[in-house]
Design a protein around this ligand. Sequence first.
Ligand SMILES: C[S@@+](CC[C@H](N)C(=O)[O-])C[C@H]1O[C@@H](n2cnc3c(N)ncnc32)[C@H](O)[C@@H]1O
Length: 252
Amino acid sequence: MDISDVRHHFDKYAFAWTGFYGGNSISDYVVRSRQAHVLKEVVACTPYRGVVVEVGCGGGQLLVELAHRRPDLSLLGLDVSIGMLTQAKAAGVESASLADARHPPLGPHTVDTLVAVAVAEYLPDWRLVVESLSEVIRPGGLLVMTFAHRRSLLSWVDREYRNRWQKQKDGSMHRVQVDVAQVRAALTSSGLTVQRITPLSFDAYCLRYLLDGNPRLTKWVSGTSWQLDRLFVRVPFARILGRALYVVAQKG
Ligand SMILES: C[S@@+](CC[C@H](N)C(=O)[O-])C[C@H]1O[C@@H](n2cnc3c(N)ncnc32)[C@H](O)[C@@H]1O
């Protein structure tokens, strides 16, 4: 997998990917729930009139929500896929450009909050990317990022499926999976202080999925999504199911 495969993949599936934000399948819930975490973090932690950059912004759903909730912020989306950027522009993202996460076109220490959600799994050189993203963050600024969790049961199933049945030909594009220790080491050596590394719990997604359709329960569940994941993360069984590691780190 190189960058042209990734670009080709997302150009081809840009429309379908954007559809996750409006659908009702379990994977739609996974995507939206992940976005809810990130949104909450960025809204709460970014200073007034701060600069937020989303690397791998995809169809721009996060940026649209951010513009709505924090109109004071300067927002910029970067992505390698023209198909995804076209979706982002159509969704109303004003500032989105073609750029590679490995070489972000940003000056050193210019960003208050840098977000990269569901991108690291497409980056074989993810450690170098963490390093270059860290360079553009202001001291005290935040990196909010997710990684594919190597030690989750679902990741193992995914790997086995690709290796044994699909013989690695055209399986899942999620090639790069990491564990907590690797992520922590990469963040620390890039001058970032880890605030949180949490496996996002698959059980919590499932519960939200099953409860939806009941308006009263849905209201309660959406108001407690963060606590729900924290609760599930304490249960080892739930922890190994969480396919994504959710990371918040601060620039020193
Ligand atoms: C799974 S999508 C996630 C999109 C969005 N972050 C979200 O959560 O909805 C991954 C995105 O990362 C982009 N991407 C992959 N590798 C990249 C790279 N090296 N630089 C910038 N964007 C990249 C893809 O084009 C795609 O839009």
